[in-house]
Design a binder for this molecule. Structure first.
Ligand code: GTP
Ligand code: MG
Length: 422
């Protein structure tokens, strides 16, 4: 089994030429000479306890390295240093886990292959991109350069080149409205289980967007989320997407028992349904943000067609208290929402459902005194917004508040033991 570090400097690539060092009588590889040699030099001088000589020899080595790196601009030098660090990190990982070199090989799917073929992407850059969650052309093309830079540590010129190449391969640019119409005609939908509610959405909840359900407690937000996790697994002809679900629970209200009841209501094998729901409990807002970033790598691998975030801003509301924190809170929610929206750009066959609480509007005397929490940031971030309120008994009323292509309207549905129905 080849070590990851050997894969990087295998001797075949221009960067991996073997180099025999007369001074330390060891083989070095280009791109690693500096640190390998430096380590040796330090070891030697410790042994001989000649500090002064060591300093001068290190200086000598630094100038030697400068010669080797001559011709590379500053940024490439930085990336090169990172590569050395990455190699060392991986070597350490390999020492503790002999199977870890398999990770990249096992995860190599078609998306990764496409990234690998981008001009200038070597093994080290590829690993950095994958580690940061950028394992497809789409994820590179649609993500702002600053975010790729922060998360991958690559230089901005490298990133600009990668984005440009990804965009050109994906043919991202202007297209005719007719093309958009053709695309929208083929959009898939998930049934909610209620005909009326499906009609409110124009035939079920569509993919490629973020849908927000907001309402007071017990209005059915979590129940709808559970039901969609079951329904998304139905075949296309039965109103599903033949896919799996990823559930991010921020409130601790996910109940597998309800999934079992809902599966049985549809005569489905509940064990299989439960197996195909990937569950993540978010313990705080940072963790929630992290889970969504990690989700990006699971979507293709696990055939995820639905992501639930229940609820979107609960943690943010409890963690950011007081007027002074408002700006930071809104900015963080905005970034989080854009992470979600970007996922629907990258994976148009994906549907994202977020639930949201309401807060009271003390200045309203007539009409509805409640408003979705999170303010305009959440309102503008979601593609479709639906307000839920209680009706009689098991009945609930859903009101379409905002959708780019759907009329305002209301639908009555019910929550029964078997889940959402009419
Ligand atoms: P919060 O998370 O508190 O804001 O509320 P929510 O909107 O998420 O409420 P949720 O979806 O959890 O709805 C809870 C309601 O669903 C309960 O009050 C019940 O009315 C209904 N419900 C839950 N389980 C069952 C069940 O097994 N049978 C029936 N008939 N109704 C149920
Ligand atoms: Mg809930």
């Amino acid at each position: 089994m080849a070590k990851a570090s050997e894969m990087n400097n295998g001797g075949q690539s221009g960067n991996g030429e073997p180099y025999f060092c007369k001074e330390c009588k060891r083989n070095h590889t280009k791109g690693k000479i500096y640190k390998e040699h430096l380590k040796f030099a330090r070891f030697e001088t410790d042994k001989k306890e000649i500090e002064e000589e060591s300093e001068s020899s290190e200086k000598g080595l630094e100038s030697e390295v400068e010669e080797i790196f001559e011709g590379l601009d500053e940024e490439e030098k930085e990336d090169e240093d990172d590569i050395i660090e990455l190699n060392e990190m991986e070597e350490e990982e390999l020492d503790s886990d002999p199977d870890s070199s398999k990770v990249i090989i096992n995860d190599a799917n078609m998306c990764v292959e496409a990234v690998k073929r981008l001009p200038g992407v070597g093994e080290a850059t590829l690993k950095k991109l994958i580690k940061a969650g950028f394992s497809s052309l789409e994820s590179i093309a649609y993500t702002p350069p600053k975010i790729i830079q922060n998360e991958s540590g690559l230089g901005d010129k490298t990133i600009a080149k990668l984005i440009k190449a990804s965009m050109s391969q994906l043919k991202i640019g202007f297209k005719s409205a007719e093309d958009v119409w053709e695309y929208r005609k083929n959009i898939s939908r998930i049934t909610t289980g209620s005909q009326e509610l499906d009609d409110l959405f124009g035939g079920g909840i569509e993919t490629g967007c973020v849908v927000e359900f907001f309402g007071e407690f017990r209005t059915g937000k979590t129940q709808i989320a559970h039901q969609l996790c079951v329904n998304v697994q139905l075949p296309m002809e039965d109103g599903g997407l033949d896919g799996n679900a990823l559930y991010i629970d921020t409130e601790g209200t996910f109940r597998p028992e309800r999934i079992v009841q809902m599966s049985e209501g549809l005569d489905l094998d509940h064990k299989k349904i439960l197996k195909n729901i990937i569950f993540g409990r978010a313990y705080n807002s940072d963790h929630q943000i992290l889970l969504i970033k990690e989700a990006a790598n699971l979507i293709k691998e696990k055939n995820i067609k639905l992501i639930i975030v229940d609820s979107l801003i609960g943690h943010f509301r409890s963690e950011y208290v007081g007027r002074g924190t408002l700006a930071t809170r809104q900015q963080t929610i905005n970034t989080h929402l854009h992470d979600l929206l970007r996922l629907t750009d990258i994976f148009p066959e994906l549907c994202i459902i977020v639930t949201n609480q309401v807060q009271s509007k003390p200045d309203v005397f007539y009409g509805n005194p409640t408003v979705a929490a999170g303010g305009n940031i959440v309102a503008h971030g979601s593609t479709i917004r639906v307000y839920l309120r209680k009706g009689k008994g098991e009945q609930r009323v859903a009101k379409m508040i905002d959708a780019p292509h759907l009329p305002e309207g209301e639908a009555v549905f019910s929550i029964t033991e078997n889940g959402i129905g009419d």
